[in-house]
Design a binder for this molecule. Structure first.
Ligand SMILES: [Zn+2]
Length: 424
């Protein structure tokens, strides 16, 4: 997952102050401590504790199975085997999602838990996990998102072993190609009945995400006829156009830092040319544009493209924009106020608090996020994303995760299942 909080601290404080001034906001919740005391729920939570050592061993095993996006099949096969060992009927769909259903007893709401299988790390990456004395695991992908895969498998076993039967169906979904623009999740929602609730398991433990950061990835391509250096004087030059465009792009105004909704963009890759002694026929760069505001996203995108078109005209070269990926924005905090009020958000917060998570260092809920949950948010499905453990440096070779906090990440799945799908 790529999480970017593009809301200012001011905006975050606004989000928690929906009630009248001086009064804490009251949001509906489906969690109560009594729910956690039901015998089957207690048994499921105790199962997690009793098997936590095995869960960590499996977490390490999952991390060490390479699973770059589009090549998740080995990790998917492992997950399938584990679900089948629980007696579940498992489906692997055409994009590589793996899913199984824990049947509910009484036609309650259907709840999907989604943990992405894929990582950003190439197949040849050394994924050997090292465990340090400070209670952390270190390896590429150990945090994003092997921790959630292991948590969801452990929670599934706990639900089965305890006999905790929810009213609604609980669907265990392990998605493919999340890192390529949430493709597996979109594919699943396109081909399955709409669930009543969606919970993405991704990101560090902490704020419950109920929005969707809009992300547009473009490749801006400048092209021309090329020419040997000897005959290049005065000829149209794609590199000059690209250079001019990059400089111009960085003069496009963004909302001020204290604005309620921010935006950011970045030129991350520049490519072009084959030889030293010629004008290149093509020069391209990428733009990563992000904001939670759909209208702002469109406006900035149009401005960036127009800026490139102007640079191409000025240098007499061709221009085209190629889409790399596109994830829709979920809306401004004001637009998302009704989503914050949906019980799924406060339920997730209350469960984390019940499990001892300390929110004093950060907000309880954020109207942003960039996980499989985005797909549910923009389709209007009551959706949140919740974390897996503490950890950091995701998408790098020095990624790490805190072992003990995954216990909370796992138990929250059990309590979310009980609260959102209902118990008898
Ligand atoms: Zn992720």
């Amino acid at each position: 997952m790529r999480l970017q909080t593009l809301l200012s601290p001011l905006a975050l404080s606004c989000l928690t102050a929906v009630a009248a001034p001086g009064q804490a906001a009251q949001y509906p919740t489906q969690f109560s401590p009594a729910l956690a005391r039901l015998p089957a729920v207690r048994d499921a939570l105790a199962y997690v504790d009793a098997h936590f050592g095995a869960q960590v061993a499996e977490w390490i095993r999952v991390t060490e199975i390479p699973a770059p996006s589009r090549a998740e099949s080995r990790r998917a096969a492992y997950v399938r085997e584990q679900l089948e060992a629980l007696g579940l009927a498992v489906t692997v769909d055409s994009i590589g999602n793996v899913f199984a259903r824990l049947r509910g007893s009484a036609g309650g709401p259907t709840l999907v838990f989604a943990a992405h299988l894929d990582t950003v790390h190439p197949i040849e990456t050394d994924l050997t996990v090292t465990r340090k004395d400070d209670g952390t695991l270190h390896a590429p992908g150990v945090f994003d998102n092997s921790a959630s895969v292991a948590n969801l498998l452990a929670a599934a076993r706990a639900l089965k072993a305890s006999g905790l039967r929810t009213k609604g169906d609980v669907i265990l979904l392990f998605t493919a190609q999340e890192e390529l623009g949430l493709k597996g999740m979109a594919h699943w929602l396109d081909h399955n009945p709409r669930p009543d609730h969606l919970v993405a398991l991704d990101g560090g433990l902490g704020p419950v995400l109920y929005g969707a950061l809009g992300i547009y990835w473009s490749r801006m391509v400048f092209s021309g006829a090329g020419s040997h250096t000897n005959t290049s004087r005065g000829k149209p030059h794609p590199a000059r156009a690209a250079a001019r465009c990059i400089l111009d792009i960085y003069t496009v105004p963004l909302p001020p830092p204290d604005a309620e909704v921010g935006a950011v963009y970045n030129v991350g890759m520049i490519r072009g040319g084959h030889v030293v002694n010629a004008i290149p026929e093509e020069v391209a760069f990428t733009v990563d544009l992000r904001t939670v505001d759909p209208a702002l996203l469109e406006r900035l995108d149009s401005t960036l493209v127009a800026t490139c078109q102007a640079a191409a005209r000025a240098e007499s070269v061709g221009f085209r924009r190629e889409w790399v990926q596109r994830s829709a924005a979920g809306g401004t905090p004001a637009q998302l106020a009704s989503r914050r009020a949906h019980p799924i958000v406060q339920t997730a917060i209350d469960i984390l608090k019940h499990l001892g998570w300390d929110f004093s260092r950060g907000p309880e809920a954020v109207a942003s996020g960039s996980t499989d949950s985005n797909v549910g948010v923009v389709r209007g499905i009551p959706t949140v994303a919740v974390g897996r453990s503490r950890g950091g440096d995701q998408h790098t070779l020095v990624e790490w995760a805190h072992v003990e906090s995954a216990r909370i990440g796992t138990k929250q799945i059990i309590l979310l299942a009980a609260a959102l799908a209902g118990v008898q």
